[in-house]
Design a protein around this ligand. Sequence first.
Ligand code: ADE
Ligand code: ZN
Length: 326
Amino acid sequence: TSLRRFCRELPKAELHVHLEGCLEPGLLLDLARRNEVDVPWRTEDELRAAYRFRDLASFLDLYFAGCRVLRKRQDFYDLTTAHLDRAHQDGVAHTELFFGPQTFTEQGIALETVLDGVLDAIADAGERTGISASLLVSAHRHRGEDEAFALLDSVLPWADRVAGFGMGGAETGNPPEKFVRYYAELRRQGFRTCVHAGEEGPAAYVRQAFELLAPDRIDHGITILDDPGLVREIAAAGTPLTVCPVSNVRLRAVPSLREHPLPRMLDAGLNVSLHSDDPAYFESGLADTFATTAHDLGLDRPTLTALARNGVRSSFLPPTARHALL
Ligand code: ADE
Ligand code: ZN
């Protein structure tokens, strides 16, 4: 079989994908028309031409601009449905979707509009295709800890349908140490946690995340190699690192896929798995992410299988459901 087909058929768990980053150009422009939101792009090609990022910050500007077209419950439903159908086609058996309600509640959209749209689509997609999906409520680190606490309080009515909590947004200048009390509270309430760290922030941020926040998973973590002692500690702890190589190249965290630290991370015994991050904006779903990463880094099929199994094992599924995918 071709590499692409092998990657598609591999049973995969997608653990690091932002629902807002799954908004494809066609749906974005449809929603802009539906909701009469002014956007600076008239065609899909014009919008795609804007997918040239200098860094994380320049990407986040476009990502949040895209979010402005999402207004109604049906919009969140349509976004989630379209993504889960593509993920199913891509051979994703289970996915944990980051979603950041603060973007929308700040614009006066009710939390129930947003969450019920997403959660209904997750339930319906599961019935239609069999894909298993759950929600990770994501706070924006650039908004600070008080707002994260307010987010946590506001989503508690949905707690039984939330698989865990994460944190993304602008990393530089917003180190994990700002969120020690928030993560302690999440753990006190029994929630699973992840945190973006070491995407463009230094290894010191990964160390802070690991030591001060004690997350169940670390998202990205690629700058960890600058601190060999930390590599040994995190490898020994088995803490999963959800790595997104295509994203790292698009956001210029690494110069090219061929220079990506993934092979060194594997050699160091870290628990790494592969993910897409923002498939619409980086123009690469999970199967393509596996295939292009394998091609450019020369990964063999046993290595791809190991990466996929790491993903399944690192999921927040109950043990029996995890086992069924291995
Ligand atoms: N939100 C969406 N994608 C992100 C990324 N790559 N880093 C931080 N926050 C994000
Ligand atoms: Zn991410």
